[in-house]
Write a protein that binds this ligand. Structure first.
Ligand SMILES: Cc1ncc(COP(=O)(O)O)c(C=O)c1O
Length: 384
């Protein structure tokens, strides 16, 4: 490999959230953090070089997006997803969750219903409730190997609860699905039929082991009802630098969201987020291709290591988050967490926080050097 993903970097004392003491188990020594979704891997060298060069002069004044930023974003979407976007469709914002919160406020009223498919990235439920909207949940179906959407339940809930917005995760964190074209078509058809607008959170869309389709790219009708949320932060490990884009074809929807974003005065972008995003699009693709091979081999390693044990990893189609079915261990969620953290010294996300269907599962972030993964797996296997 041309790029180095094997070196272990010391992230202690860097204000990293991932490396802070565990709130409930602060005394566990040498805990291996595999919970929050950032990588223990250095970003692409072209991005580091661009950031270093931008800080050389020590001047960090107000900044704005230039033509190059939009052109690079448009070219990336065309090349990697076959998605044609017009420049005016792009609405940059601070982060994906910021964009989702703004979209919810812009397109719905207090107490309106917003639907999510659980188990899902847990801030989805919070952002709906925190903005005083009504949370409606349709649970994904799980056949012991793979997750799928319960389309009948989805449409029934939309009708019964008068749902206005679908907050859709594609690829889906934490269950690792990259939705097929046919599944996406059914979701958009249901939403169009019932006047539901889709926020399609596609932050994980570059991190896939099969083809990803942007929801909005399926048809003109789909584009008209979809707000796509994209970012380079997950792909290139830039979460602490921040930045995201909403891509919105409908002028009406776009204007409402722009107005909402203006009203909270978040101002222009961080200078470093513009530099990093442009460098990522310009120089990051070769690094990304190698990263994907590395992550896939990490996922394969975990799956092989847990073969014939009571831990059943779901084979991921995308994301660097492995969803582990631990129900055969027969532990309640409290004891499951205690087992992994206190006994094994491996800090993962407890599945129950992802909502319905999450009990008995754990989410493991495998975006780390292989040696860390080996250590974590061996500690877990020792205690199984
Ligand atoms: C599905 C999903 N959306 C949004 C985020 C957070 O994005 P941001 O930091 O840009 O708000 C994450 C982070 O893990 C995520 O998994």
């Amino acid at each position: 490999m041309k790029y180095d993903f094997d070196t272990v970097h010391n992230r202690e004392n860097t204000n990293s959230i991932k490396y802070k003491p565990h709130p409930r188990y602060p005394n566990v020594q040498d805990i291996i953090p595999m919970w929050i979704a950032d990588m223990d891997l250095q970003t692409a060298p072209g991005i580091t070089d661009a950031l270093q060069s931008a800080s050389k002069d020590g001047i960090f004044g107000y900044t704005e997006f230039d033509d190059e930023y939009f052109d690079l974003l448009i070219a990336w979407n065309k090349k990697r997803f076959g998605f044609d976007i017009r420049r005016e469709w792009i609405v940059p914002c601070e982060s994906v969750m910021f964009g989702i919160a703004a979209t919810i406020r812009a397109l719905t009223d207090t107490n309106d219903s917003v639907l999510i498919l659980e188990p899902v990235y847990y801030p989805f439920a919070n952002v709906i409730k925190d903005n005083n909207r009504r949370l409606v949940v349709s649970e994904l179906k799980y056949d012991g190997m793979r997750y799928s959407i319960d389309f009948n339940d989805l449409e029934n809930k939309i009708i019964e609860d008068n749902v206005k917005l679908l907050l859709f995760c594609s690829p889906h964190n934490p269950v690792g699905r990259v939705w097929d074209k046919e599944e996406l078509n059914r979701v958009t058809e249901i939403c169009i039929r019932n006047n539901v607008i889709i926020i399609s959170d596609e932050i994980h869309s570059d991190l896939v082991y099969k083809k990803h389709f942007r929801t909005a790219s399926l048809s003109n009708e789909a584009a008209d009802v979809t707000v796509s949320a994209v970012s380079v932060t997950k792909t290139f490990n830039l979460a602490g630098i921040k930045g995201a884009d909403l891509i919105i074809a409908s002028a009406d929807i776009r204007n409402k969201i722009k107005k909402e974003i203006l009203s909270v005065y978040s101002g222009g972008p961080s200078i470093m987020s513009v530099v990093a995003a442009k460098a990522a699009y310009r120089y990051g693709e070769a690094w990304l291709e190698e990263l994907l091979q590395y992550l896939k081999s990490n996922a394969d390693y975990v799956i092989e290591s847990f073969a014939n044990t009571k831990i059943k990893p779901i084979v991921p189609e995308g994301t660097y988050l492995l969803w582990l079915d631990c129900r055969e261990l027969g532990l309640c969620s409290h004891d499951l967490e205690k087992f992994f953290i206190q006994d094994c010294g491996v800090w993962m996300n407890n599945g129950f926080i992802f909502g319905k269907g999450g009990n008995g599962f754990m989410r493991m972030d495998i975006a780390c050097p292989k040696s860390i993964l080996e250590k974590a797996i061996s500690q877990i296997k020792k205690h199984l």
